[in-house]
Design a protein around this ligand. Structure first.
Ligand code: NAP
Length: 314
């Protein structure tokens, strides 16, 4: 883009002349993630309009050739595809779900990439669909630096036809963009599931660090031992999902470890943490699940049997 392009003003004519037939796209919200999304679309040659509450955050995108819409109404009107990436669904609702914007929805594809809950996605899907738009609700399983790269993962839920029609647009955002089903809450549900898995590992790491520090073991040593045992943990996670899916809870000759084996080692960890005055509340939570399973007679079952004891009151 030349220097003159940096000073583009709001004009559909500019879009028509310079970008030809590629779908026009609006990105609402140009924070860290929204800027990365808009930047990738520009890089891929899509005519991109942006709008952000704090206007100066759109300056770097304007320098890359984005049109900066002067108002949110005009931003929505500008494009057939509207990607939203603000901090939460409450912000999206305040910005878009009103009569003025609602009347401009017919025929548009709304792609909500803000993080939220499955019920929030279902409620939004109903609102946009009632006004004649196609609604895709997605989650970004990556940090902004992955956007536009082959490793960028985005999961989208909603009408398959809208996903297929605009596949090229989504591929510009990341090499691993998948449609995970028509039910609009599925992407957010998967997001929460994968984050639960991630936080298990991250908070587990905090406990491991606290144990090592209290026992004066250098963290370099922890790093070495963790990388050696990581494949074992990966194998246990895969096995847990597989056995739960098949309902194979009773220990058999393929069982890798029973609940009782984990329970014994967990008692050692709890004793160490108590003696070193490390906060054991998270581990107490794990122990409570094991106690429920034990009370129901499952102590010697496969570890996967614990999956039946997460429901409160069981
Ligand atoms: P961010 O840099 O803090 O940007 C937040 C954006 O939301 C800004 O554009 C902000 O506008 C806008 N916003 C907030 N409240 C608003 C309101 N009431 N009205 C209008 N605009 C409002 O956050 P981010 O990292 O880009 O994250 C954005 C979304 O992506 C979040 O849902 C996040 O969970 C998701 N996400 C982020 C990452 C990541 O690694 N960053 C990864 C996966 C998913 P102003 O500039 O005016 O404040």
């Amino acid at each position: 883009m030349s220097q003159e392009d940096h000073s583009k003003t709001w004009s559909h004519a500019v879009i028509d002349m310079e970008w030809g037939m590629k779908s026009s796209i609006t990105v609402i919200g140009t924070g860290r993630m929204g800027s990365a999304l808009a930047g990738s679309l520009l890089q891929a040659g899509y005519p991109t309009t942006v709008w952000n509450r704090t206007r100066q955050k759109t300056d770097p995108l304007a320098k890359l050739g984005a049109i900066v819409a002067p108002s949110i109404d005009e931003a929505v009107h500008a494009s057939e595809i509207v990607i939203v990436n603000v901090s939460d669904y409450e912000a999206t609702e305040t910005l878009l779900r009103n009569d003025a914007i609602g009347s401009a929805m017919r025929g548009k594809v709304i792609v909500e990439l803000t993080s939220g809950t499955p019920s929030g996605a279902r409620e939004a899907a109903e609102w946009y669909t009632r006004r004649g738009a196609s609604y895709l609700d997605g989650v970004i399983m990556a940090t902004p630096d992955y956007i536009g790269t082959d490793a960028g993962t985005i999961l989208l839920a909603g009408p398959r036809a809208a996903f297929d029609t605009h596949g090229n647009v989504f591929r510009a955002l990341g090499g691993n963009v998948q449609h995970v089903g028509e039910e609009p809450g599925r992407a957010n549900a998967l997001d929460s599931a994968l984050l639960a898995l991630m936080w298990g590992a991250l908070f587990g790491t905090l406990h491991a660090i606290a144990v090592c520090q209290s026992e004066e073991i250098e963290l370099d040593e922890l790093a070495r031992q963790w990388s050696a045992t990581a494949p074992v943990v990966d194998g246990l996670v895969a096995d847990l999902i597989k056995r739960t899916s098949a309902g194979r809870f009773v220990s058999d000759n393929e069982t890798l470890s029973s609940i009782s084996i984990h329970q014994g080692s967990m008692q050692h960890l709890m004793e160490l943490m108590r003696s070193r005055k490390i906060d054991g509340s998270v581990i107490d939570g794990y122990d409570a699940i094991i106690k429920r399973a034990t009370a129901a007679g499952h102590l010697h079952d496969d570890f996967a049997a614990l999956s039946q004891f997460l429901a409160v009151g069981k």
